[in-house]
Design a protein around this ligand. Structure first.
Ligand code: GLU
Length: 423
């Protein structure tokens, strides 16, 4: 087969990053081929009876990139841009993320090409249940355990869990993570990704000897991850000067009242910032948010937002990637030449899947931890992982992204070598 390339931007980025780090590691050709491909790719059709009585068929996918370390693990995305290649790229990223995090999982990803913002609750429930039933033969607590991702959360996970539990005639709580507290979910899971992103940002500030007080942040995306990262950073004394969601970008050089913004969005019927106001707040064009003057940018929305068209106009000195793949390789090179330091996605946003691992472990044991226990374990792991990557990048004089890739690939490769090639 040899080395692959892809027309899909995100998959091409994932492959390029992998091949580059694999070469630097001196990874043997057989493992370069094995890990450059996915173990399984599933495409399904998802028929849904819409509220107006018509039937629409949606495209759904589930990728299992690698199960060398353990069951595939990764989120489920509901978005108009979802496709098989994107899922494969994100599944690959999950393999490195879980490996780097030191948790016993491989990587996977799934999703449905749909626009949940244009769908009623009933339509979303039917879509979720049919998707879960379609991928049922290939998922399992010890096979492939989906979690949440863009536009999915506790409610979707429960629809998935309930559907599979009914098909199998037994409760399958650990099969899906990110469930609501009270229904097999964990105290702390909702906040886990954002808390992890903020923890990485704060550890990064410590490493470069900069006080969070007086440090300014711009956060693109005010969904679950962006909101909780912002809240944690503000609690640590930092100032968030810009936020955004699909309704636009909001800028206030004196600092945005994040608590108020969160309350506004949670009261909005679609959980959006639309109509948010505070003294001194300006609404600016969405594309200007990424180019604002601040210390740290946190892209917490979708992939490819910093690219060759805008990278040279970025003014921040540091970027902490909360989204998966927000910076294209072209932009990475431009930012590198400008001296911008980047904390890579699969380190910075690993709090979510680490939190999912805690939930899975609790579900398997049927015993729940307190929020304090959950958060203290999460912070301990995140801080340790940050330090490992930071120290490695300093010692070897490589970028943090390359350091993270090398550590992650080395652990997967070791597992694959120990197991050998059979299936
Ligand atoms: N969607 C999250 C991620 O990209 C979490 C996935 C999960 O918990 O399975 O890491």
């Amino acid at each position: 087969m040899g080395k692959r390339t892809s027309e899909n931007v995100l998959l091409n980025i994932a492959l390029k990053n992998f091949y580059g780090a694999a070469e630097e590691l001196g990874l043997e050709d057989s493992l370069v081929e094995i890990l450059g491909n996915s173990e399984r790719k599933l495409s399904v059709s998802v028929p849904v009876v819409m509220d107006d009585g018509t039937t629409k068929v949606f495209n759904g996918y589930r990728i299992q990139h690698s199960t060398a370390i353990g069951p595939a693990k990764g989120g489920t995305r509901f978005h108009p841009d979802v496709n098989l290649d994107e899922c494969e790229a994100l599944g690959m990223l999950m393999t490195w993320k879980c490996s780097l995090a030191g948790i016993p999982y491989g990587g996977g990803k799934g999703g449905v090409e749909c626009d949940p913002l244009q769908m009623s609750k009933g339509e979303k429930e039917r879509l979720s249940r049919t998707y879960a039933a379609r991928i049922e033969p290939l998922i399992g607590t010890w096979i492939d355990a989906p979690g949440p991702d863009v536009n999915t959360g506790g409610q979707e996970m429960i629809w998935f869990m309930d559907t599979i539990s009914k098909i199998r005639g037994k409760v399958e709580p650990a099969l899906f993570t990110g469930k609501p507290v009270g229904l097999w979910g964990s105290e702390g899971r909702v906040e886990a990704t954002g808390l992890g992103v903020a923890t990485c940002a704060l550890e990064f500030l410590k490493a470069i000897k900069k006080d969070p007080k007086g440090t300014t942040f711009v956060i693109q995306g005010f969904g679950n991850v962006g909101t909780h990262a912002a809240l944690t950073l503000v609690n640590a004394g930092a100032t968030v000067v810009g936020i955004s969601d699909i309704t636009g970008a909001y800028y206030c050089p004196k600092g945005i009242d994040i608590k108020k913004a969160q309350q506004h969005a949670s009261a909005h019927p679609k959980k959006l910032l639309e109509g948010f106001e505070q003294p001194g707040l300006e609404k600016i064009p969405a594309e200007e948010l990424l180019l604002l003057e601040a210390d740290i940018l946190i892209p917490a929305a979708l992939e490819g937002v910093v690219n060759k068209d805008n990278a040279d106009k970025v003014k921040v000195k540091y970027i902490v990637e909360a989204a998966n793949g927000p910076i294209t390789p072209d932009a990475d090179a431009i930012l590198d030449a400008k001296g911008v330091l980047i904390v890579p996605d699969f380190l910075a946003n690993s709090g979510g899947v680490i939190g999912s691992y805690f939930e899975w472990a609790q579900n398997l044991g049927g015993f729940f931890w307190t929020r304090e226990e959950y958060n203290s374990r999460l912070l301990h792991i995140m801080k340790g992982n940050f330090k490992r990557v930071w120290d490695f990048s300093q010692e070897r004089h490589v970028k943090m992204r390359r350091a993270a890739f090398m550590a992650a690939i080395a652990r997967v490769a070791e597992a694959a070598r120990l197991r050998g090639i059979f299936l």
